[in-house]
Design a protein around this ligand. Structure first.
Ligand code: ADP
Length: 451
């Protein structure tokens, strides 16, 4: 107990003892000691009840009650001390409340001023709890009608019920704004047990810039094609074996212009894949023929430096874009050849995966890739070793092409690699893309292995 409280309490007890002693003494002198003591005790009890009532009043009062000063008769006993402590705690609580309210108002003002639309949604009922000004201008939410209304209904023109049903697993979604003219990127963020945040951002400008970039790259690449063909033609004409002095220069120029041509082709393929929202056409891909083509390409590129094995374990065909898939697979095969030393082994495997998936796997016993590089490999122009990539004729765009081609097939690329041991690049296709060979009339009876 703090000393001042102990002092106040002792003073009250001392007063009580003094009062009773005086009453007993006075009563004894008058010959009625017990009666005087009883009356004094009753008075003391009555006084205590009165003080108790004052404390209860202070506790339950809606308005803040001032604390009487010492001059205005505030006592020094335990009750006065209790009143002082209560008053102090009330003042502190009020101060804290005011500060919290100010903070809350400041946060709301920040959220309200955000250029992105922000909507707080109750998770279970998916009703709108709050939204900022941009929620009205971008999403068309009307205040106060939208408050408490189901979000899917408020945003009916956007048909979001499917997306909202996915809840926390919902991928960011791009939609045209209810007023039209703008493209919005919607994101659902669960930020507490019971509340979600719907954030809508205007990405119209971003998309326009992205389209401009794609068009620019595609146009430049396209324009470079013809001059490169002309250069090739003249260089071929100049490649004169009777002029040994100039021959190394001409050969170097031929190599470099071929690299440029390959780069232009890769850039064009990439921009075609990037800008396609879906495959231009889908067909049955005869995988036995595809594997054979890949084997021939690997053998031609490797010029007999590697052992190449084909494992056709799945015995099924694939449904998709022939051009895009060939582009993806041959890039993986070309990488395996280029990043594997002499006498290395290459396996092109077509197998069943988990949950009805089918997997095309290109395995090599090459240089391998350190784990730190793996997440960035599919970025365009990302190379682990720029010099090795260039020397081997790489453009740095191969895996970016693979990623986009697979994306159009709702497929994914998995990369496993160990430095000095080799790498495995596997393309995983969903069950919906599998076609049995029997129905095409080209069914190999057993899994097949060719070298
Ligand atoms: P590049 O034309 O340089 O091969 P890619 O986009 O195809 O470009 O590949 C990016 C980088 O990934 C390559 O530069 C190389 O460092 C690494 N890489 C790709 N495939 C393999 C592989 N099979 N083995 C080792 N490294 C690889």
């Amino acid at each position: 107990m703090p000393p001042e409280i102990y002092k106040a309490w002792s003073r009250t007890v001392a007063m009580l003892a003094l009062l009773l002693a005086l009453a007993a003494l006075g009563g004894a002198l008058a010959g009625h000691a017990w009666e005087a003591l009883a009356v004094a005790a009753l008075l003391v009890i009555g006084w205590h009840y009165w003080r108790l009532q004052r404390v209860l009043e202070r506790l339950t009062a809606r308005r803040r009650q001032p604390l009487p000063t010492r001059a205005l008769g505030r006592g020094r006993g335990a009750w006065s001390e209790l009143e002082r402590l209560l008053h102090r705690s009330q003042v502190e609580t009020r101060g804290r409340k005011t500060r919290l309210l100010e903070m809350l108002r400041a946060y709301r003002a920040v959220a309200a001023a955000l250029p992105d639309a922000v909507v707080v949604v109750e998770r279970n009922s998916q009703r709108v709890m709050w939204f900022n000004e941009a929620g009205t201008s971008m999403l068309g939410l009307q205040y106060p009608a939208a408050l408490g209304a189901p979000l899917a209904e408020c945003l009916k023109p956007l048909s979001l019920s499917h997306w909202l049903a996915a809840g926390r697993h919902a991928e960011p979604l791009e939609v045209t704004s209810p007023g039209g003219g703008a493209t919005l990127s919607l994101k659902l963020i669960p930020y507490s047990e019971s509340l979600w945040l719907l954030v809508a951002r205007d990405v119209t400008r971003l998309l326009r810039l992205e389209r401009m970039r794609r068009d620019f790259v595609a146009n430049v690449s396209h324009e470079l094609r013809t001059p490169l063909t002309v250069l090739h033609g003249y260089l071929d004409m100049m490649d004169d074996e009777e002029d040994p002095e100039r021959q190394p220069m001409i050969r170097e120029m031929q190599q470099q212009s071929q690299r440029m041509a390959q780069l232009v082709e890769d850039l064009l393929t990439l921009s075609r894949l990037e800008s396609a929202e879906q495959l231009p056409g889908e067909d049955r891909i005869a995988m036995a023929a595809m594997l054979d083509t890949l084997r021939r390409e690997a053998a031609a590129l490797g010029q007999g430096r590697h052992r190449i094995r084909i494992e056709d374990q799945a015995g099924v065909d694939l449904w998709g874009g022939a051009r895009e898939l060939h582009s993806a697979f041959s890039n993986l095969v070309s990488n395996a050849v280029r990043h594997t030393g002499n006498e290395g082994e290459l396996v092109i495997r077509w197998r069943h995966g988990e949950g009805g998936e089918v997997v095309l796997e290109v395995v090599d016993s090459g240089y391998g890739i350190a784990p730190a590089h793996l997440p960035r490999l599919t970025e365009r122009f990302y190379r682990v070793s720029a010099s090795r990539s260039r020397e081997s004729g790489g453009t740095g765009l191969g895996l970016a092409i693979v990623k986009h081609a697979l994306h159009l097939h709702q497929a994914r690329l998995e990369i496993r690699s160990e430095v000095g041991v080799g790498s495995t690049f596997s393309c995983h296709f969903g069950a919906a893309r599998v076609r049995s060979r029997e129905s095409a009339g080209t069914a190999p009876a057993k899994p097949e292995t060719r070298t």
